[in-house]
Design a protein around this ligand. Structure first.
Ligand SMILES: [Zn+2]
Length: 347
């Protein structure tokens, strides 16, 4: 088989479509626990992981991201499974590779914020973080990944450690920051952090998770202007606003916090995520995907908005064939059309 085209070459040519949100989706399906969000599913229900990889692939994702998010030694300790650490990390890459083998999709290793790092105690915590990243990246490389994604980082210092480790293995590095707060924890802006990390050798920089399209796009615009290399954007598909800029901040009137398991009232439609994909491309974003909350129907709509025909596009909507809102409503059904017309919203 001809060798796969690598990430950087693909990014030179066109937008690369990513897709994430595995942890959230598999939690909804009943295969892992909200709270710790440790991807135990990789070992306990590997078929469920493989199936979701395939669904994202069919929807147009060009990258299968190994489900090692929160699969590090500290996180596994919280669910009493540190003994499964290496097995989980290796198995996650194998599943991603297995799914990718059906196409020319790339396989990404994945590391993320560790909850261990503390910039006030850099020396001690950096050593622990380095060990976490080093073993996860080493296993990923050993199992055969095309590049590494380090993501949802909220410290510049932790991002620098991630980059340092990835570069030791001579793989392309994509480093994306979370943007829950207005700045990273050191007080550095996201734009400045992207600039610094790009200068330090990250091949792709940007943002993922935390923000929905409305509040991520303004930041992306500034990042695009500040860096000359590739930019990535994988927002959550939730209706964040200037007053509730991250999905952690979302709250419905009269309700408790919606994050992380009562977010449905804020969910974006596939059409809104398709708009995001178009807008991000117009801004010059190179790697466009989705994060927590994202599902295959979003990804397919985003890919199609970028002009692509995906394997799942065969079943893309055709509402003209709907019996009541379609093109050919039967005489006997017309009397019922009133029921389908606009109603007051009820609120
Ligand atoms: Zn996420």
């Amino acid at each position: 088989m001809a060798e796969k085209t690598g990430l950087l070459e693909r990014l030179q040519r066109d937008v690369v479509m990513g897709a994430e949100g595995y942890v959230f989706e598999l939690e909804r399906r009943g295969y892992l626990k909200a709270g710790p969000f440790v991807p135990e599913v990789v070992l306990d229900f590997p078929d469920a992981v493989l199936e979701l990889h395939r669904e994202f692939l069919r929807a147009g994702a060009e990258v299968m991201v190994a489900l090692t998010y929160y699969g590090d030694r500290e996180k596994l300790k919280t669910v009493g499974r540190e003994g499964d650490l290496e097995m989980l990390n290796r198995q996650a890459v194998r599943l991603a590779r297995q799914a990718a083998a059906a196409s020319d999709a790339l396989v990404a290793g994945n590391i993320c914020n560790t909850w261990v790092y503390d910039h006030h105690n850099h020396a001690e915590t950096a050593a622990k973080v380095r060990q976490i990243y080093d073993e996860q990246v080493r296993w990923a490389v050993d199992e055969g990944v095309d590049f590494i994604i380090a993501e949802t980082l909220d410290y510049l210092g932790e991002a620098q450690l991630a980059l340092e480790v990835i570069k030791k293995y001579n793989l392309p590095a994509m480093v994306t920051f979370g943007s829950t707060q207005e700045t990273l924890r050191e007080g550095v802006s996201h734009v400045e952090a992207c600039k610094i990390i790009a200068q330090a050798g990250a091949d792709v920089v940007g943002l993922n998770c935390s923000r929905g399209p409305e509040t991520m796009l303004p930041l992306l615009k500034d990042i695009r202007q500040a860096v000359s290399g590739f930019v990535a954007a994988q927002p959550v598909p939730y209706r964040t606003t200037p007053t509730q800029p991250s999905f952690q901040a979302l709250k419905e009137k009269g309700h408790e916090r919606a994050f992380p398991i009562a977010l449905e009232p804020f969910l974006h439609t596939r059409f809104e995520m398709a708009d995001f994909a178009r807008q991000a491309r117009e801004l010059g974003v190179n790697y466009i995907g989705i994060c927590c909350g994202g599902a295959p129907h979003h990804v397919r709509a985003m890919a199609e908005a970028l002009g692509r025909f995906t394997p799942a596009s065969r079943y893309s909507p055709d509402l003209s064939q709907h019996p009541m809102i379609g093109a050919a409503v039967k005489e006997k059904d017309k009397a019922y059309l009133d029921f389908w017309k606009d109603k007051p919203s009820g609120k």
